[in-house]
Design a protein around this ligand. Structure first.
Ligand code: GDP
Length: 338
């Protein structure tokens, strides 16, 4: 972790919710490689984790449910962390339309119980606990222009965005109360650990399967959505910098470059040697959303100038890395379910 701006002296204990997810698992690996003791909250014993989740050797897992304030409080008390990374919750916008109430509960209200439990523990022990919330570009769903920055009005268009907006405000409330509570406003970020319910992995796994003759068609909801897709390990580095900064604040984490879903499709099929992608991609309205965020593109001026962070991976390399991984998995008969 970059500790240039950090007032504290050495690694201690970190607690991560969403620890088996894409970001949580990369973060756990990164923190442990720097000597941190890492604890994480899980709903199932690690031996029974779902497809698309990743466990990391050396992490101490604690059973608990984000929607149960008592679980969160007692686990926090037993771990006594120096850092809390709140990455848990329903992470898929699509899923939030199927489960709007559960999304409000675990991606919105539960953040308050996490903040409150952290505040109470800090009050009881007198030791500072730094809190990092995984906030989201979906806060800006209705944005009238791109790029968006930390001052762009909050105007979500999905149940996920609304839950994240509530959580974002709650983090600000606890910051006002005197807690080190910071937000990383994360734009879409992908990797080989991205589950196939997200469009990028669906496309790279689909392109690899079609090229291998194991799938006929790839169905997508639309090709027009425009997103700023970054590389998840870069975003984890950004989170570490934000939690180590001199003061708690909100930071947009993005690449500053946007592409359409169609650009992603073209790049992925080109990477598997299929030029005529239109013959194998079909549109299925049932996969489209009742309303979808406009052009998502983040302005990274603040995090670049204040914390020296920059993305390391460009769009073409990101697509190619995901496609190569899916080709390898297919060859090993370990391709994700589409
Ligand atoms: P999100 O931005 O967090 O919702 O991440 P996703 O990867 O799920 O979706 C990114 C964009 O791709 C959104 O604008 C979706 O509407 C669009 N999209 C188009 N077709 C699909 C599809 O078949 N599946 C998903 N997940 N997204 C799709």
């Amino acid at each position: 972790m970059n500790r240039q701006n950090n007032a504290r002296t050495g690694p201690g204990t970190a607690f991560i919710t969403g620890v088996t997810g894409q970001d949580g698992s990369y973060l756990a690996e990164s923190l442990m490689s720097q000597g941190w003791e890492v604890h994480g909250l899980v709903r199932h014993v690690p031996a029974h984790i779902n497809d698309g989740e990743t466990t990391v050797d050396g992490v101490e897992y604690h059973l608990g449910d984000l929607s149960q304030p008592h679980d969160v409080g007692s686990v926090l008390k037993s771990v006594r962390p120096d850092l809390v990374f709140n990455l848990g919750g329903i992470s898929s916008v699509y899923q939030s339309w199927q489960q709007p109430y559960e999304t409000a509960l675990v991606s919105g209200a539960s953040v308050v119980s996490m903040l409150e439990a952290t505040w109470q523990l800090q009050q009881a022990t007198g030791k500072e606990i730094r809190f990092l919330q995984a906030s989201s570009a979906e806060l800006f769903g209705e944005a009238k222009s791109a790029p968006q920055n930390e001052r762009t009005p909050i105007s979500p268009v999905s149940p996920y965005g609304a839950a994240k907006a509530f959580a974002h405000h709650a983090v600000n409330v606890y910051r006002g109360r005197g807690m080190f509570a910071a937000s990383a406003i994360l734009y879409n970020h992908e990797s080989v650990r991205r589950p196939a319910k997200f469009v990028t992995r669906k496309i790279t796994a689909g392109a690899a399967a079609i090229a291998a003759g194991k799938l006929d068609k790839l169905s997508l909801g639309n090709l027009d959505a425009v997103r700023d897709w970054g590389w998840a390990p870069d975003f984890v580095d950004a989170m570490e910098r934000i939690v180590s900064a001199a003061n708690p604040s909100d930071f947009v984490v993005a690449t500053g470059v946007s592409h359409s879903v169609q650009d992603f499709v073209e790049a992925a099929f080109a990477a598997v040697g299929i030029d005529n992608w239109r013959s194998v991609v079909e549109l299925d309205e049932s996969l489209a959303r009742p309303s979808d965020a406009a052009e998502m593109r983040g302005d990274i001026t603040k995090i670049s100038s204040e914390l020296g962070w920059r993305p390391s991976m460009d769009f073409e390399s990101l697509v190619a890395a995901m496609v190569r991984n899916d080709e390898d998995l297919l060859a090993k008969d370990k391709a994700p379910q589409l």
